[in-house]
Design a protein around this ligand. Structure first.
Ligand SMILES: C[S@@+](CC[C@H](N)C(=O)[O-])C[C@H]1O[C@@H](n2cnc3c(N)ncnc32)[C@H](O)[C@@H]1O
Length: 230
C-alpha cells in the first residue's frame, strides 16, 4: 500500500490510485451521485465531461439519460471498470469515451454542456483549484459546472489499516480538502459577469460506508451556469 504523508517524498498519484483500486474488486456503488441526478435531471442532454469519474457510476448514468459523455480518471483500473459497467448497462461504445490521464496537467480542449466533478479529493498532492478552474473553462456558453465535495471527512477516512487518522495513510487534511460553499466559490474564482451561481450549499445524505457502516455525510454542492454571450 502506497502511503502518502506530508513528511514523505511526494507519492505518484497514478500509483496511489491504482493501488487503491487494486484493494477491492469494486470501491464505489455504481449508482450516480444524488447531487448529479438532481442537477442533470433538469438539463437538456448534450455533451458531458466527468472529472475523476472513478468506476463510472455518474458517467454511465449520464449516458443512459442521453448525454454524450467523456469520463476522465488517472487510474487505468478505474477506466476498465467504467468500460465494463457501461457494457453491462448496454451503453453503446460511441456514447462514452474513457480517458486515463492526470488532471493535474490535463487541459481539456473541447467544450461541454455539463462538466461535473464529484468528490475529486485526493490525499496525494493535487492542484485542486487549478483543475477546477480548467474545468470551468471547459464549460460551453449556457452550460453548467457541477462540483460536489465532502464538507467533512467521511468517518471511514479517519482511519487507515493501522487504525489511525488519515485517508489511506498518514495524510493530515488541509483546510481546503473539505470546502464550505464559500471556500468552493473562492476556489473556483468564477467571474460574476460570466456565471450565475445556481446552487451553493451543504446537503446531508444517508449512505453506507465501504464496510457496510451507516453514516450521514455532508456534501458541499456547487452548481453554476455559464451565461451565453453578453
Ligand atoms: C473519491 S474518488 C470519486 C470517484 C467518483 N467521482 C465518484 O463520485 O464515485 C476520486 C477519483 O478521482 C481520481 N483522481 C484522483 N486524482 C486524480 C488526478 N490527478 N487525475 C485524474 N483523476 C484523479 C481517482 O482515481 C478517483 O477515481
Amino acid at each position: 500500500m502506497v502511503e502518502p504523508t506530508h513528511e514523505d517524498a511526494p507519492v505518484d498519484a497514478a500509483a496511489f490510485w491504482e493501488d487503491r483500486y487494486a484493494e477491492r474488486r469494486r470501491i464505489w456503488s455504481g449508482e450516480p451521485n444524488a447531487a448529479l441526478v438532481d442537477a442533470a435531471s433538469r438539463l437538456q442532454p448534450g455533451r458531458a465531461l466527468d472529472l475523476g469519474c472513478g468506476e463510472g457510476g455518474d458517467a454511465v448514468w449520464l449516458a443512459e439519460q442521453g448525454w454524450q459523455v467523456t469520463g476522465v480518471d488517472i487510474s487505468a483500473t478505474a477506466a476498465a471498470r467504467c468500460r465494463a459497467l457501461a457494457a453491462e448497462r448496454g451503453i453503446a461504445d460511441d456514447r462514452v469515451t474513457w480517458l486515463v490521464c492526470d488532471l493535474a496537467t490535463w487541459d481539456p480542449t473541447d467544450r461541454y454542456d455539463l462538466v461535473t466533478s464529484c468528490f475529486l479529493h485526493s490525499p496525494v498532492d493535487f492542484p485542486r483549484a487549478a483543475v477546477l478552474r480548467r474545468a470551468a473553462a471547459a464549460v460551453a456558453p449556457g452550460g453548467h459546472l457541477l462540483v460536489v465535495a465532502h464538507a467533512d471527512p467521511p468517518p471511514w477516512s479517519r482511519r487507515n489499516h493501522h487504525g489511525v487518522e488519515g485517508v489511506g495513510g498518514g495524510h493530515h487534511h488541509g483546510p481546503h480538502d473539505f470546502p464550505s460553499p464559500d471556500d468552493e466559490r473562492a476556489e473556483l474564482g468564477l467571474d460574476d459577469g460570466d456565471w450565475d451561481i445556481v446552487v451553493s450549499e451543504v446537503r446531508s445524505r444517508e449512505t453506507t460506508g465501504p464496510d457496510g457502516e451507516q453514516a450521514t455525510l455532508r456534501d458541499t454542492v456547487t452548481l453554476a451556469r455559464r451565461r451565453t454571450a453578453r
